[in-house]
Ligand binder design. Structure first.
Ligand code: BES
Ligand code: MN
Ligand code: ZN
Length: 492
């Protein structure tokens, strides 16, 4: 983890390998830039005049100081016009980190602005800088580790190390390792990251102050009547696991939240087999479970006075000789039955068990995360997750949390008329709907298992896995959901 330092200093005085300075669009005549230009004998102004750099969001200008300043390099980062959003600050931190790594910097610095909410900006900058450093190289034989900066100094003239600033920085420093853990779990190859492996990792990372982990094996799962998990697991040689993680605060809990994550460690589709192209990334199908485990692992550090229970039903979905068949009916612990017409609609089958079980505890809120439907991705693309909820105040809180966290979330309706589409001729419902609205019919099935508990379902099929590299991380698992959940829990 990068060390974060806070300093009362100015850009022309900070000694660092690289000093990053956010610049607002078309504001190239501020006090900082003038002071630097004077020290650089007018070279900066000349360089800016010749370059296309205006301060437009995302644009950068790297300038070596040739010994005229304590900083070896200056990096100007455009943050655009208008109020700078948390997302822009996150990207600014990431950009600075990447440029610092590219010049082989051991440490770098970034100038904070004087805006009203600069603590939140600082938190976003630190988070972005940390997230940009993620790598998954354990399976590369030529994985020459790139030198990464060890520390980041946040500075500004008159900057004080206030409690609010420290808190924002600490929160970012707690969140980033959680996101990395979720990414690691998703990126691990599926023959390694089995249900057993996920459970072992949960036991490894969820420890200390108030956290405990319980892992149920197949026998216990059968005894507890988790019929959906058993049904999906039938086609596999790997045993399923049901992971339950519990966080109990030291004092009295103000609220109880249940987090439920889909933990399909590989989704082949089962007998309703997927085409091979669609299977290429199906190790991602435990991203919801990974986000829940990762979020739970952060709770002792966050020290919140909220009780949180995490539930991760986990298995792979394979077409082995004993696999469940289209036409099979599953009878759940709450008495409801589902006719399985497509074994590739397996997420809802295992989440149904977990939701029904979680609802028995009567938590204040129940939130599930799942890479549930390709249909949602068709609708909103790969960057946006969906939220469905039976409780608008809960949905509003999650929407706000996701915005603060820089994770895109968009609400879709639970259209009750579409319940027609999941009617079965033999059971209470079937596990697939019609040709259209697949993300909604999937959510409607989940809703049958939550009773009257305030509940939200996040369909993270799109953003859980990045098909290409971005500023905040490489191709692969993104850890989507961890940041939103931590924001939600800390703001509750
Ligand atoms: N895990 C998939 C959904 C998915 C697809 C996640 C692509 C990420 C990327 C899920 O289990 C699934 O297969 N859903 C089916 C449902 C259908 C059979 C009703 C789908 O979306 O095609
Ligand atoms: Mn599937
Ligand atoms: Zn799936």
């Amino acid at each position: 983890m990068m060390e974060i330092r806070i300093r009362d200093s100015s850009a022309d005085r900070v000694k660092s390998d690289l000093v990053a300075i956010p610049v607002r669009d078309k504001e190239l005549d501020g006090a900082t830039l003038r002071a630097l230009d004077r020290r650089l004998k007018g070279e900066l102004r000349t360089r800016m005049g010749k370059s296309k750099f205006t301060g437009a969001e995302g644009s950068v200008l790297l300038h070596p100081t040739a010994g005229l300043l304590p900083a070896a390099y200056l990096l100007f980062i455009g943050v655009g016009a208008g109020e700078t959003s948390g997302d822009t600050w996150r990207k600014t931190g990431a950009k600075a980190r990447k440029e610092a790594a590219a010049i082989g910097a051991n440490e770098f610095a970034l100038q904070l602005t004087t805006e009203k909410n600069f603590e939140a900006a600082a938190g976003a900058i630190v988070e972005g800088a940390a997230l940009a450093g993620y790598q998954f190289n354990k399976y590369r034989s030529n994985g020459k580790p790139v030198a990464e900066p060890k520390s980041l100094t946040l500075f500004r003239t008159g900057l004080k190390k206030t409690a609010a600033l420290q808190k924002a920085v600490d929160l970012a420093q707690t969140t980033a390792p959680g996101v990395f853990l979720a990414r690691d779990l998703v990126n691990e190859p599926p023959s390694v990251a089995t249900a057993k492996y996920l459970a072992a990792q949960a036991q490894r990372v969820c420890q200390g102050r108030g956290l405990s982990v319980e892992v149920w094996n197949k026998k216990k799962i059968a005894a507890m009547n988790l019929a959906g998990l058993l049904a999906v697991n039938r086609g596999s040689l790997e045993e399923p696991r049901f992971i339950r993680i519990h966080y109990r605060p030291a004092g009295k809990a103000r609220k109880h939240v249940a987090l439920i994550g889909k933990g399909i460690t590989f989704d082949s589709g089962g007998l309703s087999l997927k085409p091979s192209k669609s299977m290429e990334t199906m190790k991602l199908d435990m991203a919801g479970g990974a986000a829940v485990i990762a979020t739970m692992s952060c709770l002792p550090k966050l020290g919140l006075d909220i009780e949180v229970t995490g539930y991760v039903p986990t298995t792979d979905n394979l077409p082995g000789h004993n696999a469940q068949k289209p036409g099979d009916v599953i009878r759940y612990m709450n008495g409801k039955t589902i006719e399985v017409l497509n074994t590739d609609a397996e997420g809802r089958l295992i989440l149904a068990d977990a939701l029904a079980l979680a609802a028995l505890q009567k938590p204040d809120y129940m939130i599930n995360l799942a890479t549930l439907t390709g249909a949602f991705m068709t609708a909103l693309g790969t960057q946006v997750a969906g939220i469905f909820s039976n409780n608008q105040p809960l949905a509003d809180r999650l929407l706000q949390s996701s915005q603060d966290a820089g994770e895109k979330l968009w609400q879709l309706p639970l259209v009750k008329e579409y319940k027609e589409l999941i009617k079965s001729s033999v059971a209470d419902m079937k596990n697939i709907g019609g040709a259209h609205g697949g993300a909604i019919t999937a959510a409607l099935i989940l809703q049958e298992f939550v009773g009257d508990t305030a509940w939200a379902h996040l369909d993270i099929a799109g953003p859980a896995f990045a098909e290409s590299e971005s500023l905040l991380g490489p191709k692969g698992g993104t850890g989507f959901g961890v940041r939103t959940l931590i924001k939600f829990l800390t703001g509750l």
